[in-house]
Design a protein around this ligand. Structure first.
Ligand code: HEM
Length: 207
């Protein structure tokens, strides 16, 4: 489970980078719920940090004039397919709106593999990744405030998997959500049930 958690964290890092590069998007994301998913999808398209998958041809076949002999090692270009001019208008631009009209094809947006989830090796974690990228985007834009110190956020696509050089450093982090401590538990116990502390009144504290 560690690998996918780190992978999802990387998209949340790239969401923070995209917000830094496009500050005008922050307010739109704060006000318009319908922008959250297109933004998260554009982060996944634009920052496809896992650039290709490898496979070995099982049986000879031809495809679009190319010969694929058995046992040949082949690479599927995830990064390049996500930025292919034949399917994406202005692919080098970070533009979340494009996902408001996206046709949902299984073959042109393949950050986590392409084709049919049930018959191929396409990532079964893709739906959860999208949901977590949306939660991360919501947290960065609506739940917290932070400052971004000077750092080297340049991204080398020769590094695999891709990541900003400084990662993404933030400071002076503050919550935008009023802190409310829920009703304190009646009592706390140690692992074998011995009472450590009691709180008979269950005081509710608000700050
Ligand atoms: C967050 C970013 C993620 C990226 C970029 C990513 C990427 C990929 C890629 C490229 C593949 C190979 C697809 C292929 O061979 O066609 C894959 C497979 C897989 N992924 Fe992910 N993944 C991510 C998150 C997750 C999560 C959250 C989970 C699980 C909770 C997960 C579980 C798997 C599994 C089990 C496979 C193997 C599927 C198979 O071989 O049939 N991944 N992933």
């Amino acid at each position: 489970m560690l690998r996918p958690i780190v992978a999802v964290a990387r998209f949340i890092t790239f969401a923070a980078v995209a917000l830094w590069d496009h500050p005008e998007l922050r307010q739109r994301l704060q006000e318009d719920d319908d922008m959250i998913e297109p933004f998260a999808q554009e982060v996944r398209r634009y920052y496809a940090f896992f650039p290709f998958v490898a496979a070995v041809v099982r049986d000879d076949f031809d495809w679009q004039g190319y010969r694929f002999p058995k046992n040949t090692r082949v690479l599927l270009d995830l990064y390049g397919t996500n930025r292919d001019r034949r399917t994406w208008i202005d692919p080098e631009a970070f533009r979340p709106e494009r996902f408001k009209q996206w046709n949902g094809s299984a073959y042109n947006f393949i950050t986590q593999g392409g084709g049919d989830y049930y018959r191929n090796h396409r990532c079964p974690g893709e739906w959860i990744t999208i949901e977590l990228a949306k939660v991360g985007t919501t947290a960065l834009t609506r739940m917290m405030r932070y400052a971004v110190p000077d750092q080297d956020m340049s991204i080398s696509i020769n590094r695999f998997p891709m990541v900003p050089r400084s990662r993404f450093l933030i400071e002076n982090v503050a919550s935008l959500i009023p802190v409310r401590e829920e009703t304190a538990p009646e009592a706390t116990y140690d692992l074998i049930g011995k009472q450590l502390q009691s709180n008979e009144r269950g005081i509710r504290k608000e700050h």
